[in-house]
Design a binder for this molecule. Structure first.
Ligand code: FAD
Ligand code: TPP
Length: 575
């Protein structure tokens, strides 16, 4: 222990905290750290081809375990490449420590080769970012960084010059303990009485639940049953709310279901539970709005609220339930459920096999993935239309997980998140739903799948376009421009990278190829040629509903340009 250098102290501290791996890409400013890991048997280096991948991968691990995960980048451009992935981790509130190596300490401030100032660069995507300029700061700065990432759930960055990492450590021999405090945050008894009074008085209560409902499924369903309330979910709440839930009426938002939108518009009281659903146009304007969130600063952030309470959803609902009376009327719930049935029927119809000519509908691909995937699969979906297909066709069951770049909205997240999910959970099936634009953006890390022996299954929705952007252009009444993609044969690219590579060109090939890929004992990629023009807005069957939906789109994003959407809807509904 006494011969340790600062890098050795850093590694020992991480190991003592239960860290098993660091995702990263080597560089000389990281040499002291990688050299220590080389001879260490409890900490593994996970090499990737782009540091952004390292950050996304660490975020995926942290998401699935709920514990701290670590990534590293070398000085200057190396750690600069981490930034977009770290933004995603930070905005998704997953605890990630980034080690940003720095140029030699005596050169800082001289405009030296590769010099940047990570303390400034990472400031916006971290809760903590400090430079270690002398060995005496370690391990204290590292401990504070780790505790901050865990306690505030987000990113912390330790900036470490390569020469400081090589210097003898002067820190304590005692490894710090990282307790995992589990305080129960619940509104006071008086607040709970007030909350119960509001809910007991509601005739048409609708619940909007989000990621903060994780672990509170039973309480949520009991609350909805007691008050006969439909439950709408925000995207990050899907995995925790939708399954085994007789009160579920789907998602809201631009990609949501008409039923989710309608249930929120028709209520007299909206109860927001652990959600930061961002789109203000989708909140009701007349209803009484009540919000519960464990973070007080989240209250009233997205819509005006009438009552706000600070509490953990599970604890709060547990304390609230005994105070709630049964609602004698189920009219609101029945109406919302019927609208949901219709919306779901419309979505399922769109996922049928029949196609125009030889086109493969992406909805069908997503449906088949859902049918074939394991009961505890981890899905990742790229920003772009794969997010839509995941939201609508992947059924969650309490054991499956769904990861995306939902809050930061960065393309190219699916492959790197799949890498982190697979490396940290070797026993689970991991399926990435990638866009052809998204895959190409960080395609270098297809090579990592083979190198890491990570049996990720990548399904590429090849629509030869930045299709989501085209959709937005159409919605705004613009002609498509700058969205064409001339793709290579991704199956051949995959084969060259040492993966099983398959290409589905016809609807008949989709299911057998996906089956083959999922059975394959190793990484696999299936490139599916899907149709380019797909209406991804909430589908509806009757013209009245289309018209309502048109209005809803106008209200949401179109600034009065609803005609194009109606035309698009008519075209899509004809088939
Ligand atoms: C292309 C694209 C399109 C999208 N379209 C849609 C769409 O149509 N509809 C949609 O819903 N989303 C959509 N999204 C996702 C959207 O941007 C948001 O990420 C999502 O709506 C947020 O979901 P959330 O509120 O569940 O999670 P978050 O934004 O993460 O909010 C969770 C909230 O819960 C709180 N919380 C956490 N734990 C607890 C706890 N234990 N107790 C109490 N509170 C807690 C947090 O403080 C936070 O306020 C889209 C994303 C992309 C990339
Ligand atoms: C890094 C980044 N660049 C640009 C965007 C804007 N953007 C959002 S979706 C999208 C298209 C994604 O294309 P692709 O991955 O091919 O998926 P598709 O929508 O075509 O299915 C773009 C360019 C973004 N979100 N992130």
């Amino acid at each position: 222990m006494s011969n340790r250098n600062v890098a050795g102290l850093l590694v020992d501290t991480l190991v003592a905290a239960g860290i098993e791996r660091i995702y990263g890409l080597a560089g000389d400013s990281l040499n002291a750290i990688t050299e220590t890991i080389r001879t260490h048997d409890r900490l593994h280096w996970v090499p990737v081809r782009h540091e952004e991948t390292a950050a996304f991968a660490a975020g995926a691990e942290a998401h699935l375990t709920g514990r701290l995960a670590v990534c590293a980048g070398s000085c200057g451009p190396g750690n600069l490449h981490l930034i977009n992935g770290l933004y995603d981790c930070h905005r998704s509130r997953v605890p990630v420590l980034a080690i940003a190596a720095q140029i030699p300490s005596q050169e800082i401030g001289s405009g030296y080769f590769q010099e940047t100032h990570p303390e400034h660069l990472f400031a916006q995507c971290s809760h903590f970012c400090e430079l270690v300029s002398q060995p005496e700061q370690m391990p204290r700065v590292l401990e504070i960084a780790m505790r901050t990432a865990i306690a505030r759930r987000g990113v912390a960055v330790v900036v470490l010059p390569g020469d400081v990492a090589l210097r003898p450590a002067v820190g304590t021999d005692t490894a710090p303990r990282f307790a995992d405090p589990q305080p129960v945050v619940c509104p006071s008894a008086a607040e709970l009485d007030e909350l119960a009074g509001i809910l007991n008085g509601a005739r048409r209560l609708t619940i909007l639940g989000g990621a903060g409902c994780a672990g509170a499924h039973a309480e949520l369903v009991e609350l909805a049953g007691r008050r006969q309330a439909p439950i709408v979910h925000a995207m990050r709440g899907k995995a925790f709310i939708e399954y085994d839930n007789p009160f579920d009426v789907g998602m809201t938002g631009l990609l949501g279901y008409a039923s989710g939108y309608q249930a929120m518009m028709d209520c007299d009281v909206l109860l927001m539970l652990g959600t930061d659903f961002p789109y203000r146009q989708f909140y009701p304007t007349q209803a009484t709005i009540v919000q519960i969130d464990v973070r007080g600063e989240q209250l009233g952030r997205r819509t005006r609220i009438d009552h706000g309470f600070v509490g953990d959803i599970q604890a709060t609902l547990g304390a609230l339930l005994p105070r709630l009376a049964p609602n004698p009327s189920d009219a609101h719930l029945r109406q919302a459920r019927e609208q949901y049935r219709q919306a779901r029927q419309g979505l399922d119809d769109l996922a049928r096999t029949e196609t125009d000519g030889k086109l493969i509908h992406p909805q069908y691909v997503a449906r088949v993935i859902n049918e074939l995937a394991a009961e505890d699969a981890v899905f990742t979906c790229d920003v772009g239309t794969p997010t839509i297909w995941a939201a609508r066709y992947l059924a969650m069951n309490g054991r499956r997980s769904l990861l995306g770049s939902f809050n930061h909205g960065s393309m190219a997240n699916a492959l790197p998140q799949a890498i982190g999910a697979q490396v940290s959970h070797p026993g689970r099936q991991v399926v990435a739903l990638s866009g052809d634009g998204g895959l190409a953006m960080l395609m270098g890390d297809l090579l990592s799948l083979r190198q890491l022996k990570a049996p990720v299954k990548v399904v590429v929705f090849c629509n030869e376009a930045l299709a989501f952007v085209e959709l937005e252009m159409k919605a705004a009444g613009l002609l498509d421009f700058a969205t064409d993609l001339r793709n290579p044969d991704f199956a051949l690219v995959a084969q060259a990278a040492g993966l099983l590579g398959l290409s589905a060109e016809t609807p008949e090939q989709v299911r057998p190829m996906l089956e083959q890929a999922l059975r394959h004992d190793g990484p696999a990629l299936v490139a599916v040629r899907v149709s380019r023009q797909e209406l991804s807005m909430p589908p509806t069957l009757s013209f009245d509903l289309v018209r309502d939906f048109g209005l809803f789109m106008v209200k949401a994003v179109l600034n009065g340009r609803g005609d194009e959407i109606l035309d698009l809807a008519r075209v899509n509904l004809k088939r």
